[in-house]
Design a protein around this ligand. Sequence first.
Ligand code: AMP
Length: 215
Amino acid sequence: MPTYIVLLGPPGAGKGTQAKVLAEKLGLPHISSGDIFRENIKNNTELGKKAQVYIHDGELVPDDLTIEMIRDRFSRPDCVNGAILDGFPRTPAQADALCKMLKGFGGKVNMVPFISAPDNVLIERLAGRWTCRAAGHVFHGIFNPPQTPGKCDIDGSELYQRDDDKAETVTHRIQVYLTQTTPLIDYYKNRGVLVEINGFAPIEQVSMQLLSALK
Ligand code: AMP
């Protein structure tokens, strides 16, 4: 049976970091909708051009574009055994679409870790975040500083601050999460797959909570 895990939580909760840990541990692909959008923006594709305006403003990209993009990602063969989804779904319409897509593989959403942290922590994490241009590796000015300022420890590429990690946009993204994405908490609770994870802890401790929830 394939294993599909959806990481749910506000921006800055640590979904991306934990998705990488889970993907590695379980040998499954990490699918980050935000990374796929950023890749499209970097390559100046039609999808990238359409998505850019929403992302820049901290708004959600419309459901039809987002669902199509994920459908396309799922058409690749590496997803048949399962996947770790990070940042998708973000609305009930996306969750319904995901459910239908997975049925096509004989799969379903098996577990939804809901990672939460207080707003002030989210803001501090996002506003201090530095991302590498080449591969999206993530650092933090205070909590996880790179060895050489401005340079990625892993591939040496330039670190930049995401447009949407600027303080004004961060507060708006949290608001968008509260209005548009929090209905998914009950959505998955009602389906018996939600697991609450305390994201206000060191990275390793959050990973330990996740891995023990998987057992
Ligand atoms: P993230 O890297 O997950 O923080 O996503 C960055 C931005 O990409 C979000 O603020 C949205 O503008 C857009 N985005 C990512 N995933 C989705 C999604 N599932 N639905 C709509 N917009 C999304």
